[in-house]
Design a protein around this ligand. Sequence first.
Ligand SMILES: [Mg+2]
Ligand SMILES: [Zn+2]
Length: 186
Amino acid sequence: MKRPAVFFDRDGVLNEDDSYAFDPDKIRWVEGAQQAVKAVNDAGHLAFVVTNQSGIARGFYEERHVRNLHEWMLNELAAFGAHIDAFEFCPHHPEGLVERYRILCSCRKPQPGMIRALLERYAVDIDASFLIGDKQSDLAAAQAAGIAAYLFDGSNLHTFIAPLLTDRSYPPDQSRSYRGGAGTED
Ligand SMILES: [Mg+2]
Ligand SMILES: [Zn+2]
């Protein structure tokens, strides 16, 4: 039985994009993020995170820090009765300092590798699935994987996602102020 899935970008969607964040003590949840994940769970959809973490290639932190942060996020979400079914992160960057991560990979968004990996591991109803991102590269990754995508406006994630879960034909108002160019490349 295939299930719809919601693919969340992480930085700038679930947590505020504070530039290469990896320390749980410094993480600030986006308003409504935990409730948004809960709503996805309650709708019977799979909840995935697909996140570029070039901070690993850049030598700012290690894979274990990212895994630790995701464990922490799962614990935080559990307090809301919410969960993420799977996290995928890309540690690469073509100009990274750390040699083993310095590659032009197929997982760094806008490439669709992380989404495709999840589609191979889970039975996903692609036509009923969508991605929420805060950058055009997120949307491009979804498009390359054949999945609908919406540009999060940076307000309340639950308010943003609720209509998408009940009626996919709902047109999200892309004209609302988009806090783009928030600085660093992830
Ligand atoms: Mg982002
Ligand atoms: Zn990669």
